[in-house]
Ligand binder design. Structure first.
Ligand code: CAA
Length: 419
């Protein structure tokens, strides 16, 4: 294993847009018919260019790049996104640019490839992610996203395959540990409250209270046709169908110097734990075993434990997933995630703030961008750049956990504030 140190110099997220956001253009928007929502090209270019300009980093210094994207071919009829990344800035043309795909962990894979490139001898590498999903209805989009499951076997669980797969997990989890719907509801309340403080969040203008999040109602309906799992997933339990992009610059110690920066400008990437489970077996659904495995690898390689983590971004594709993540990452014992959420410990002012910008439920989930966005958010928290949702004292250790499919591809990454 290379002993080269790896740093995240910083990055940028675009606004995450979709239904429910006042800036998203659809039928009732005053600009409907006059202008369109940004596509893959505009979003990726915006995230990349803002990264260079905000960090004051010379784009010519980039030696290679990776872009996470899951299903550009299906939502946008656009593949070959390595070349789209090269097209995002003139200085990137003719450099090696590669797309990474691992379902909703596609962005995490872009980051992992960038880290590997630094370990292998590069000094300045770009990691980006992008997804556009709102040009189809949620029902059609659900079929595209179902490609992240074992499609032949699992597609038929429901038109909304992933909500149903996590409805199934919610049922198993609640029955195994006696977790209440209200305890799970705390995750949605926190996600929306944090998003309400984040100008880039998809759900920045939508409110959520515990009463609404704790039971189905006209305002917060269930929507699955699968009778066994329908009552376990309401609208408020779901991550958003969002468009957005994120980008970040990963550097070696020499790369920092080359860009005229110091360790104090960056955060160090201590380790990545990367685990992949078989697509073909579901196993015990009461815990996220692949996430647990990836976390164990990450902690061991970073020389830290769960109790050292002071801020985290975890993959809350559904409310139950955030609770399962707390447990798999060792923030609490199995079955105790609901109690941890209800205690307020994971709120911005809590002992271990989680998903401070709103997570996938509040900030949004443009799937290929999510893994990169998580890293950018940890960097922003550690460097005091989160404005209204900044934690009070700057964290020295942070963690991200990005998941593809139903706990199939998982990347857990540990960061230390370098200055
Ligand atoms: N009462 C009853 N039913 C209602 C309703 C109401 N008031 N309102 C809506 N519905 C039903 C309808 O059946 C509707 O479908 P049709 O319009 O096609 O009949 C369905 O709910 C969806 O309604 P909308 O299209 O109006 O809802 P929306 O656009 O606001 O979407 C959502 C809401 C379905 C929850 C959507 O946000 C969603 O699908 N979220 C999850 C996205 C997802 O699965 N992402 C992937 C996560 S998994 C992961 O991260 C890992 C990986 O690798 C994939």
């Amino acid at each position: 294993m290379s002993s080269r140190r790896v740093f995240l110099l910083g990055g940028a997220n675009t606004q995450f847009l979709g239904k429910g956001n006042p800036d998203y253009i659809w039928k009732n928007h005053p600009d409907f018919g006059k202008r369109e929502n940004p596509g893959i090209e505009e979003l990726l270019r915006a995230a990349v260019n803002e990264t260079f300009s905000k960090l004051g980093a010379d784009p010519e210094a980039v030696e290679r790049g990776y872009v996470g994207n899951f299903v550009g071919e299906l939502f946008c009829q656009q593949g070959h996104l390595g070349a789209a990344l090269a097209g995002s800035h003139p200085a990137l043309v003719n450099k090696p640019m590669t797309r990474t795909e691992g379902a909703c962990a596609s962005g995490g894979l872009a980051l992992a490839c960038a880290v590997d490139a630094i370990k292998a001898g590069c000094d300045v590498v770009l990691a980006a992610g992008v997804e556009v999903q709102t040009n189809e209805s949620a029902r059609v989009g659900a079929d595209y996203l179902a490609r992240a499951s074992h499609y032949r076997r699992q597609r038929s669980i429901d038109d909304f395959t992933f909500p149903a797969l996590f409805g199934r997990r919610t049922k198993v989890y609640r029955e195994a540990f006696g977790v209440s719907e209200e305890e799970i509801g705390h995750v949605a309340v926190k996600a929306y409250a944090n998003a309400n403080k984040n100008p880039l969040a998809h759900m920045r203008a939508r409110r959520m209270d515990l009463d609404t999040a704790s039971g189905a109602s006209e305002k917060n309906p269930t929507f699955l046709q699968n009778a066994e799992f329908a009552s376990y997933i309401k609208m408020s339990d779901c991550s958003q169908v969002s468009d957005g992009a994120s980008a970040a610059i990963i550097v070696s110690a020499d790369g920092l110097r080359r860009l005229g920066k110091s360790e104090a400008d960056a955060i160090e990437i201590l380790a990545i734990g990367h685990s992949t489970a078989s697509l073909y077996d579901d196993g015990d659904l009461s815990q996220l075993w692949t996430t647990r495995d990836a976390a164990g690898k990450c902690y061991a390689a970073a020389g830290i434990g769960a109790r050292d983590v002071q801020v985290a971004e975890v993959h809350d594709c559904f409310t139950v997933t955030e609770l399962l993540m707390y447990e798999a990452l060792g923030f609490c014992e199995p079955g105790q995630g609901g109690k941890l959420a209800a205690s307020g410990a994971t709120r911005i002012d809590g002992r271990i703030p989680v998903n401070t910008g709103g997570g996938l439920i509040g900030f949004g989930h443009p799937v290929g961008a999510t893994g990169v966005k998580q890293a950018v958010e940890i960097w922003r928290q550690m460097k005091g750049k989160c404005g209204d949702y900044q934690v009070t004292s700057l964290p020295s250790v942070g963690l991200t956990a990005n998941m593809g499919g139903d706990d199939r591809t998982v990347l857990v990454t540990a960061y230390r504030n370098a200055g």
